[in-house]
Every structure is written in C-alpha cells, then in structure tokens.
Design a binder for this molecule. Sequence first.
Ligand code: GCU
Length: 646
Amino acid sequence: MLGLLLSVSTMVRAEDGSDLWLRFKGAGTADVTGVKGVAMDELKQYWQGNPVVLKKQKNVAKDGYVITTNGGKTTIAASTDAGLLYGAYHMLRLQQMGQGGAPVNVSEKPFYDLRILNHWDNPNGTVERGFAGKSIFLQFDPQKMKKYAQANASVGINGTVLNNVNAKPEALGVENLQKAKQIADVLRPYGIRVYLSVNFASPIKLGGLETADPLDKKVVGWWKNKVAEIYKMIPDFGGFLVKANSEGEPGPCDYGRTHAEGANMLADVLKPYKGLVMWRAFVYNPQSKDRAKQAVEEFVPLDGQFRDNVIIQIKNGPVDFQPCEPYSPLFTNVQKTQTMVEFQITQEYLGAANHLVFLAPMWKEFFGLVKPQSVKAMAGVANIGDDTNWCGHHFAQANWYAFGRLAWNPELTSETIAEEWMRQTFGNDDKLVKPMVKVMTESRDACVNYMMPLGLHHIFAGTHHYGPEPWYDAPGIRRDWTPAYYHKADAEGLGFDRTKNGSDAVSQYPKELCDLYNDINTCPDKYLLWFHHVPWDYKMKTGRTFWDELCHRYDKGVQQARGFLATWDAMQPYVDKQRFEEVQRKLRIQARDAVWWRDACLLYFQTFSNRPIPQDMEHPVHNLDEMMKFKIRITMYENPECGYTK
Ligand code: GCU
C-alpha cells in the first residue's frame, strides 16, 4: 500500500521546474547492453525505445558519437565514456521530443573542446549577479549535484568554474578545496571537470608572503605547492580562471609585470598537470578616453607572449554584457594567442530573472561576425542558483540549455534550440510550442527595443543593473560608471562618437567593418549610437527623424513585451498550473518594466531633444519627476522581486 502511494505521488509530482528539460516520464523499458557506465545507467533508467548497444570504437572523434539503427537495434559508438553519454542524451532528447521511435543515423562531435560554465558564487553562498537564490555549492547536496551534472552533460557542458571571478583568497583554502573535491567526484562520471577562480594575491593573503610578484621565486614556490595540493585531491582538476588588474582585483601589473608574465607563471606551474589558465581580458581604467578600447590597447602588445596553456577569455562585447554590443575587437586583433569567448547566461543587464529574454539570438549574432573557429572555447556565466527551478525564471533555463547546445554546435539556429527546449520542457503540443518558440526568438530584440534601442548602452540605474536611470550620477564617481559617459545626450543629439573623428574605437575593427561602422549612413541601426553622436533630426532609413525613430523603437519594445504576455495568457490550456502562473507573473512584470524603461528614457532624453513624442504612438503614462523617484527594492544578490516601488 505504501509502495503504491509512493509511486502514485512520484507520478503526479508538481511541475515546479526542478527537473529542467530532463522531464523523463516513466521508467526505462529497453534492453541496453555493451559498455557499462553512466551512459548505460541513464538509458536503462529512462529509455523506452529500441534495444541499444553501447560500443567503444577508436575512430570516433573525442567526445563525439555515432548512432546507427539497424534491424530494430540502435548502436551508440564512441571512443570515450563522455561520447557514449552524449550519445545517450541524444537518444533521450529525441524520445522527449516525441521522436524516440524513429531509426537514428547521426554522427556528432563537439565544436569546442572546452564548454565551460563560470559560476560567480561566493564562499558565503551569495552569487554575484545571480538572481536564482543562493549558491548550489554552499551546502554539498549529492542529489542536487547529480542533477546538475546530468543537466550539463545532457547539453555537452564539460567544465565548471565553481567560484566568482572576484575570487576570495580562501577559495584556495583547505576547506574550499575539500568541497571542490566532493563536487569533482560527483561530476567526473558525467565528463565534467572542475576549475577554480583564483585571487592573484593569494600568496600574500593565504600564504603570508610579502608579495605576489609573479617573478618572485617564493611566490612561484607557493603556487607550485598549492597546485600540487589541488591535484592530489582532484587529479583531473582543469585549471584556473583569473581576473587580474580589473575592477580593483590584484594582478601582476601591481608589481610592474605584464598580464603575460602573470598568466605564464601560473601556466608553467599548471603545465605538468595539463592544467589550463583562462586569463580574463576585462580591463578598463578610469583614465581611459574610451572604455571600449582598452582591452585591445592592453593586450595586443602582448600577443604571442602567452604560453600555449593560456587562453585569453574575452567578453563578447567590448564594454560589458550589454543587451546589444558590437563584438569585442580584441578577437580580431590577436593573432598568436588563443582566445575564448565569455557570454553571460545570467541576465545581469537583461531584466534579471524577471524578463523572458532568450539569449541564443544574441550569441548567434556574435558568431555572425567572429567566426566560431577563430576562438578556442566558450564560457558562460551561469544563471544557476538554489531556487526550485534553478534559474529563477522557467524560461531562463533555456539560456543554460542554449549555451551548452551552441558550445556543442554554434551552427544550430536559435529556432532549433528554442524548439528543442520547449518540447522537452513543456511538452510536444504544437499549439504551445510554435507560439512560444516565436516569443523566445523575438524576445531579445524586444528587450533591446524597450531598454536600449539603436545602439544605446549602459544607461542602467546606479546601484543595480535592472532598471533605467539614464540621469544617474553621484559625486566623485568614476565617469565610466555613469550613463552619461555612454549616451552623451546634449542639445545636438545622442550617442558616443567612436568614429575616426571621435574616440576612434572604430579603427580597432578590420577595415571593411571599420568603414561600415564609421559612416553614419552605412552603420547598422543596431550600433548607431554605439559609434555615432546622432543629431536629433538625422533622417533614418525608415524616413523618420532619429528622435521619432527612437520613440517608436521604445514603444515597439513595449508592444512586443505586452504581446508576449498575451501569447502566454492564451497558453493556459496547455501548461501545468504552477508553471503557467509563475511565468505569467513574470511576464506581467516584464510588460510593466518595459513601460518603465520607455517612459523613463524618452522623458529624460526629451529634456535634451526638445521635440514632441510622435502623435502616432502611445504616450508615456508617467512624468519624468515621477520616474526619477522610482526606486526598486533590490540588492546586488537578489532578484528584483517587485519590479519597482515608489
Ligand atoms: C560586471 C559585473 C561585475 C563583474 C564584472 C566581471 O562589471 O557587474 O559584477 O564582477 O562584470 O565580469 O568581472
């Protein structure tokens, strides 16, 4: 009786998002034979189709797999255990998408060898720019870790940095290393390696030395001992991620050394263990004339000086994970150094865990200009926390999913990824899948429209990156931490002149792009205010003046956000109650925030443009004084729960 009750209760358990896209229904029924391991375990537990044979085969690419169906029997062949596991998840994905019965004949291999999450988790359990609760690593929970491993492996993610790039020295303390070992032990069978962010001054703060100079023998000795200690505990430890001389973090430049000297010291220490250094290029100092230029200025002179186990980790855009940026020109300026791209999965600047913004289109846009083969690896700043649904917003799970799928194959389209995710996460009813795939693929465009259309960037509120405050300023604050530094609104127009007549950031791009962006008449609309200070009456391609166009873009964003809500409202018959209501609540916040963004920005910019808001669009429902009084309840580590309060 008790057994019966238990099994009934597991069958009808609520759809709370905790299963992510791995919502396997019912137990596995198929005959699974061959190589034993996690791939076999997963198939035995969940696969309900043909008999499957798991086979080791040397000529299959590392981590790749070949699946063939013959005479009603499916064979998954791979040269590594990870390859078999990825093959198993391929089958399970098909099963969940309602295609489990069909014969499979595919050959797949990951595009990037390294597909890695960066957690910005702090030792106290908070997550920097995290909006989904506390760190999942705070209390070691083997069940949760297993689920995390399955989710990552199911999309091919094979590395994870456990702690914040703003690393505390204690990240390398014994207690944290023991925790890292526990986690590594759970992740290993799923093909996932553990990495750590390190504080460059650790030899001082943790080791009691007087310096962290990378050329000092004692310092090198300290790192050698530390690395030996780590590999004793975690033999397949992946390596270090380093944020140095960036936003006040310590680094080699504190001792007159270069980024290359700092990175190489760590690389040499890690080399005997095949460890990697991911050295971030997120540098900008308060004196620079244009923040967007600095990474190139600082790193290009060092090109060719880095060891072969150093990868320079570069954010996709030159400023900072904005809703829309051109690509970081550092990618096309370094020739002799390995680079990897860092995307931000957590929506620090895209509505946190309140807005539905599917990020694949943004990442695809990057790969449209920076060829996937020109970078070595892909990192994503995780959006994962201990919330029941892992990511704060049910649809934010799709960004974790999309990151893994694109790191596996950057050629996949946003639509394909959205559809895969929808089918697995919400079921196969086309009445639900089709409209929501459309919402997902439009959502980033909408977010750009209602937040920062036409190349606007970084006009966020001072103390958080959630709402608008294009007017934000504070006494003594760094200029490049104020919106006015970026929008440069004045009586003449709006936008940052980065042309050859301005900061000349445009010259950091290859000639063809430089010419395109430098000319106001050919610069794509989406980057217009990134590269140009555009006169209010400038004639746009639509025939409107620039001011009118700006107004219309903002309003379009509002209409799009409302449209998403209306679409979702109509989905009620096809979605379980809990997830339906939770998503609905968030979409209501998003639609309301879109109005907030539009009204705040237009009313503020109108004080410079002195032009009326066009007749043929919805007019602001607030006035500027009201808007300037809005303060939202938010701290750095919390999701802005209420949107805003007066
Ligand atoms: C952004 C973010 C910080 C983070 C930094 C980084 O500036 O707001 O919280 O530390 O990026 O990527 O290092």
